[in-house]
Design a protein around this ligand. Structure first.
Ligand code: MG
Length: 265
């Protein structure tokens, strides 16, 4: 009798676990943002060297921003002129104007971009200097593949949402953040996903990222577009603009400079 009771209780517990797992799986698409946050392990801090900042582009680069104009950029919502602030050779996010994107479209490339969190930054977690580099924009708003930009110098948040992360897919290998007020650099190699004639994914997008000269993403294969809630998934697209994020958090806006890229086969 005792053994039978034990068997029934074991069966009941198993049924509960299966039911709970199914419910979590079914709820993932319409779930909460917290469901896809990863907090551990925390990437170790690495103090970057002085390299990789402020250099001139190579001779075959397409210069996307050299401090003189915003001609290569447009508002990603309506295609109008980009209305971010041009000041002292720097491009400052104008949050009310929304995201901006390149007028040209790209497939595979190498990209260099420098960004700076204001010295007087305020806020915490995701609300502290949040922006983003969308390696390919696949639509309005935040659609695409986001390499996160954030003040991650002594600012705790979920690790798959810190600077150097592929948002909610891949934490950086290490935290190579500089302190607010200092310029930082991303050097990216982006390989776009390939789709067959029937729209099926043939090869996923891949990305390698150096953050202040330190490797933080090592040929990572993306699971789809980066999303705030739910699971990543791919949608068919071709050549795409590169997009910069105007995040809605109330902290002071960040700046960009020295943005160039080289088209790859
Ligand atoms: Mg962001």
């Amino acid at each position: 009798m005792r053994r039978r009771w034990f068997r029934w209780s074991a069966f009941f517990c198993l049924a509960c676990l299966v039911g709970r797992a199914a419910a979590q799986g079914a709820g993932a698409e319409a779930g909460r943002p917290e469901d896809t946050e990863v907090w551990q392990p925390v990437p170790p801090v690495v103090t970057p060297g002085a390299a990789a900042i402020g250099g001139a582009p190579p001779s075959d680069a397409i210069v996307l921003f050299d401090g003189s104009s915003l001609d290569e950029w447009r508002n990603s919502r309506d295609g109008a002129s980009a209305e971010w602030t041009l000041s002292d050779g720097h491009l400052i996010v104008y949050k009310a104007a929304g995201n901006i994107e390149t007028r040209r479209r790209f497939r595979n490339y190498q990209l260099h971009l420098e960004w700076r969190i204001p010295e007087d930054i305020t806020g915490a977690g995701q609300a502290r200097g949040n922006s983003g580099l969308f390696l390919a924009s696949t639509g309005s708003g935040d659609r695409g593949y986001e390499l996160q930009i954030l003040d991650s110098y002594a600012n705790e948040t979920y690790v798959n949402g810190m600077a150097g992360s592929i948002y909610k897919q891949s934490p950086p290998l290490v935290n190579a953040s500089r302190r607010p007020g200092e310029w930082q650099a991303y050097d990216v190699v982006w390989t776009a996903p390939q789709f067959g004639p029937d729209g099926a994914l043939q090869t996923p997008a891949r990305v390698t990222v150096f953050f202040n000269g330190v490797l933080v993403q090592d040929d990572f294969a993306l699971r789809g577009e980066t999303v705030f809630i739910g699971s990543p998934r791919y949608g068919v697209h071709g050549d795409a603009p590169i997009k910069l994020q105007a995040h809605g958090d109330p902290s002071p806006p960040i700046s960009f400079r020295n943005i160039w890229m080289r088209v790859l086969p």
